[in-house]
Design a protein around this ligand. Sequence first.
Ligand code: IMP
Length: 423
Amino acid sequence: MNIILVGAQWGDEGKGKIVDILAKDADYIVRYQGGNNAGHTVVAGNKEYIFHLIPSGILHKGKICCIGNGVVIDPAILLKELRDLRFAGINLTNRLKISSLAHVILPYHKILDQLRETKRAHKIGTTGRGIGPCYADKTIRCGIRMVDLLNSGVLRDKLKDNLKEKNEIFKKVYKHPGFNFSRIYKEYLNYGRIFSSYICNTQRLLNSAIGEKKDILFEGAQGTFLDIDFGTYPFVTSSSATAGGACIGSGVSPVRINKVIGVAKAYTTRVGEGPFPAEFPSKFAKVIRDKGNEFGATTGRPRRCGWFDSVMVKEAVLLNGISELAITKIDVLEGLKTIKICTAYKYKGKLFREFPADLQALKNSKPVYEEMAGWDKTVPNLCHYQKLHPNVNKYLKKLQDILNAKISIVSVGSSREDTIFLD
Ligand code: IMP
């Protein structure tokens, strides 16, 4: 079975934990878009791991993890992740495969990302990791790919060509001194040497694996509403975070995909700027932020928090073809008297039950809520772990009915064990 796992909100839905759980039934786990703007947290045993580039499935012995062609790679971060995993005693031999076609983040991408952000009147609130500029170079066809790091002549020519143009822009537009060719060249050639045994044709590898009836899990980063096309543009990331991105970012045909599973938090969070209709007032946001530890795994920024927005998640179900959902962090809501679900938006006297494409409508709309009774303990009796509080069941049933997708996994805590599977 080949499964795509996607975020149904604005990222940080808890995909890392769900990937880790599903990975035990997969043979291959593939990251297909984004870069080290993502931070996937997995708690295994009593240790917490945060992955930015390597698929969260790496913690399972014997599984093969791929970084697909759709990912943008900062080699320094990848190297650190490899070293940390080795230090933790995780054997990577023949288990990590990096697409030769994946684009490389260079020092000038990171600086440009940060400089652009300071100049913008309406800031996006990027992670400053160079993601946007790297994808921009890919699209305007001057990007450097992993395979280029293996060929000194090609790397020299491409880097020289890039720096000729970019250094002029840095100096003239941003009053920045620009970048030295030799330093970057040496550093990145060295990365090529280090990663040479991992770089390969991952699209061929994955298709051969499918031919041998192996199971593949595609691990999405960010979330549907950060997707470059379907997200709240321009407050989005620069890649295709929806299910379609899994095919483009891995070289596996859509006809090979069997199922799409969406991950959504029991409430909503967002990092960075952009509209957020169901956002909590700041005092209540702080309560939930502290309770749910809602701080970015990559940048440590406080996440904005709000009620579950079913208008958004319903749109995500449609766009991704989600048939099953995992609902995470439901325990964070315990202790509240009432729980709200946003079921529509009101804008200029009109009721919107569907997600508006017009950002102005979204920005200026007021949420319409349905209220439900809260609960004290999500799992009232630890001896009957799979039994949720009746009000939790009512909440989940309501979400299921509105979203028209089956909720099959409920996460009630950060560890692997705090997971309830519903039939
Ligand atoms: P960029 O991806 O660094 O260009 O950032 C663009 C927007 O996406 C910003 O609002 C970021 O906060 C947001 N973003 C990027 N990656 C993630 C993620 O993994 N989780 C949540 N938000 C993200």
